[in-house]
Design a protein around this ligand. Structure first.
Ligand SMILES: *Cc1c(COP(=O)(O)O)cnc(C)c1O
Length: 429
């Protein structure tokens, strides 16, 4: 038995399913989860010391690669001065100033300890501001694991939400409406019927949680227009896309300003952080200035602030976005070419340094189309790549993340592995 297998056996006796977040358990791909002991640059290392080219990036934060020197230094220096004293720390101000300077729609911020919390706060704020009850989300978009957002669409184009988890009474999801992504008509229909009671529309402006899915050109402008017409707030969940797709995230890329922006992942650089931001007129409804309550013992924790600040400052200095995009474009172009040579039908969606290879010959524009791709081919592809030392997220519906540390060498290793993996898929497909 490998060290990895041994450790995972022990983990299962102590942690539920051996993990602290379910996708890590490999249920979507089968086999024993790979336990990772460390990461450096574009590589991660399992508990047997095996090296992988990493496309998981801690599910998004590691845009500089793992344990970047400037980030490690900043965290260590801050740790030496205490882990947080329960008062506003100067680093909170510095990180807030940097985020506000990057995103023109953000005048005020509230930091939380996770994206989930930031989304909960944004929804409460939208309801408090509009004094309305209903919220609208899109099937396949993930906004954390709070009750009101763990909702799936029923049958039919646009539906009232059904709980997507045990332990959530239907009453708690009844105020959440669900539409298919990229389907403006169904949003318009709901807005016509429920517009006067609609507090907000929440959307991943580029989806990273059903694989990567791009908005059709009219989708985000259409949502902005519907919100303006109904008085609902537009919430962009940029937990993945913020500081990932560009210095101004997806809102800068598409030129659409949301009312509230939700951030996480990269702004914490790998330590636990979330944030919600927007105009003072909305944000100042939050406690202590306003009646919308929200709090957190570890919110704005100095270690997390130091980690995020060093990450974003480094990004600002490097301005890596054009290079990340072109590196990723070359890589995905080559992957599609290799799949074609192997006689496999694939569709690759890419936005900047995010991409997904879907095993389908059809375009993927929403959750239904993503789910129509072949999971069994993804499984084989995943395991073959992992055996060859290239690590993807263990689900067909997670994005692959390219970091600043990925280079020609990691690309060559990836493509060599993919040539075998795709041929193996073809052999059994
Ligand atoms: C990861 C994620 C969240 C939840 O963030 P946590 O820090 O895991 O709570 C919310 N929205 C999106 C788009 C995410 O990718």
């Amino acid at each position: 038995m490998t060290n990895n297998e041994q450790l995972f056996k022990t983990a299962q006796q102590l942690l539920v399913g051996g993990v602290n977040s379910p996708v890590r358990a490999f249920r979507a791909v089968g086999g024993t989860p790979i336990l990772l002991a460390k990461g450096k640059g574009p590589y991660v290392y399992d508990t047997d010391g095996k090296e992988y080219v990493d496309y998981v990036a801690g599910y998004g934060p590691a845009i500089l690669g793992h344990s970047h020197e400037a980030v490690v230094d900043a965290v260590c220096r801050t740790a030496a001065e205490g882990f947080g004293c329960g008062a506003t720390h100067p680093l909170e101000i510095e990180l807030a100033r940097l985020i506000c300077s990057a995103l023109p729609g953000i005048e005020r911020l509230r930091f939380t300890s996770s994206g989930t919390e930031a989304v909960m706060t944004a929804i409460r704020l939208a309801r408090g501001y509009t004094k309305r009850r209903l919220i609208l989300k899109f099937a396949g978009c993930y906004h954390g694991h709070s009750d009101a957002l763990l909702v799936k669409s029923g049958s039919g184009a646009a539906t009232l939400g059904q709980p997507d988890s045990a332990g959530i009474p239907q009453e708690l999801t009844a105020l959440t409406m669900v539409c298919p992504y990229n389907d403006l008509d169904s949003v318009r229909q709901l807005a016509e019927r429920h517009g006067a009671d609609l507090a907000c529309i929440i959307v991943e402006p580029v989806v990273g949680n059903m694989g990567v899915i791009l908005p059709q050109p009219d989708f985000l402008p259409g949502l902005r227009q519907i919100c303006d017409a109904t008085g609902a707030l537009l919430l962009f969940d940029e937990v993945i896309t913020g500081f990932r797709l560009g210095w101004q995230g997806a809102q800068g890329l598409f030129g659409i300003r949301p009312d509230l922006t939700i951030l996480g992942k990269i702004i914490g650089g790998g330590l636990p952080v979330g944030a919600v931001g927007g105009p003072a007129a909305i944000m100042e409804l939050l406690a202590p200035l306003g009646p919308v309550y929200q709090a957190g013992t570890l919110s704005g924790n100095p270690l997390a602030m130091a980690c995020g600040l060093a990450t974003i400052t480094t990004l600002q200095a490097l301005d890596p976005y054009a290079r990340l995009e072109s590196h990723t474009r070359t890589l995905t172009g080559a992957l599609v070419q290799l799949a074609a040579e192997a006689g496999l039908a694939v569709n690759c969606n890419q936005a900047g340094s995010l991409f997904s290879l879907f095993f389908t010959d059809q375009p993927v524009r929403n959750a239904q189309e993503a789910e129509a791709s072949s999971r069994s081919l993804f499984q084989r592809y995943f395991h073959s790549m992992a055996r060859q030392g290239v690590l993807l997220a263990p689900s067909a519906f997670e994005a692959a993340f390219v970091s600043v540390a990925h280079d020609q060498h990691t690309a060559e290793r990836t493509l060599t592995a993919a040539r075998h993996a795709l041929a193996a898929c073809r052999a059994v497909g």
